[in-house]
Design a protein around this ligand. Structure first.
Ligand code: NDP
Length: 297
């Protein structure tokens, strides 16, 4: 009866941020300095600039040191690789994030693979992905970590639950599957070649939508009482708000899904804010691990 509870990502992210802040306070003494996150931004993509501004703001609010390196879109690949190598070599830098997407003339894979895995706070290097697959300690991708956190907040122990993840990207879908597997879930990864996606989704106790198609997931796809985590961020025209206006929607038709689900994340304000929270946590973890210290709560 439209009774789905909202999973409030803003409130959860505030809690994650405060944990990171506690970690910063605990580490700054032993390290002799605050943990430090470096963000590299190439080009003028407006969404990336907004995102980086938010990262810098929350990094500083947590008490960390923030380094922001902004370069024009015509920066060469070699020059970007050299910037990352300098950050690798700088003992005062704990985390390195290169904002995606990069301009077309730059090979993103080469740039990502240049990042020292011990500073890879986005969890995107082959080394980090390998550690995740092996269940070895390492830095986990931030957005999927946020999904697991919200699911645990709603449901507690996730053992035995069927998780369907729509999307198999290196950034979101695949690591989300592996992180839910680590929680003893039974995981199905769906994608553009999946047969009978609606039928598959109807068997999901937890449905993670990470596709990038506005409101693709319909109400009939949702198992009654399911938990729905909508990762998608899509900007669509909103003529009802006036000419030329737009609004953000997820990959799930929220109105419909909220009639069937027990828990659902809104867009915006659901999974989105969690990403930066885990970025800060990862930076604290990286700082602790590099210094051979235990990660402070
Ligand atoms: P990608 O484009 O890399 O991956 C999309 C995935 O969706 C692919 O695996 C693709 O399948 C699958 N897909 C595409 N069309 C369909 C379809 N019709 N049916 C089933 N599966 C389909 O996107 P990302 O994973 O990077 O991002 C997904 C969404 O999440 C985007 O909206 C993005 O903006 C958002 N996002 C939000 C973040 C946050 O909240 N902070 C962070 C990162 C992303 P195939 O592999 O077969 O092509």
């Amino acid at each position: 009866d439209g009774a789905a509870s909202l999973l409030d990502g803003k409130a959860a992210a505030a809690l994650i941020d405060s944990r990171a802040q506690a970690g910063v306070e605990a580490l700054s003494g032993p390290l002799g300095r605050a943990p430090c996150l470096a963000v590299v931004l190439v080009g003028e993509d407006p969404a990336s600039h907004v995102y980086v501004r938010n990262k810098v703001k929350r990094t500083e609010a947590s008490g960390m040191r923030s380094i922001e390196i902004k370069k024009p879109a015509d920066l060469s690949e070699d020059a970007l690789v050299a910037i990352v190598e300098d950050l690798n070599a700088d003992p005062g830098v704990d985390g390195i994030l290169v904002q995606m997407p990069l301009p077309d003339h730059i090979d993103s894979r080469r740039v990502i693979e240049t990042i020292d895995p011990d500073k890879d706070v986005d969890g995107l290097t082959a080394a980090s992905a390998g550690r995740l697959v092996q269940g070895a300690p390492g830095l986990r991708p931030c957005t999927p970590s946020g999904c697991v956190w919200l699911a645990r907040e709603a449901l507690g122990d996730l053992s035995g639950l069927h998780v369907v993840v729509i999307g198999r990207s290196i950034l979101v879908g695949k690591p989300a599957g592996l992180l839910f597997l680590e929680q003893n879930c039974t995981v199905t990864l769906a994608h553009s070649r999946t047969k009978d996606l609606p039928g598959l989704c109807a068997s999901a106790d937890i449905l993670v939508a990470a596709v990038g198609r506005p409101e693709m997931v319909k109400g009939e796809w949702i198992k009654p009482g399911a938990t729905v985590l909508d990762v998608g961020i899509n900007r669509i025209d909103a003529p009802e708000r006036g000419e030329g206006k737009t609004r953000l929607v997820g990959d799930v038709n929220f109105e419909q899904a909220a009639q069937k689900a027990a828990f659902i994340t809104p867009v915006p304000g659901g999974v989105g804010p969690m990403t930066i929270g885990f970025l800060l946590v990862n930076t604290v973890r990286a700082a602790a691990a590099r210094a051979g210290l235990d990660y402070p709560a």
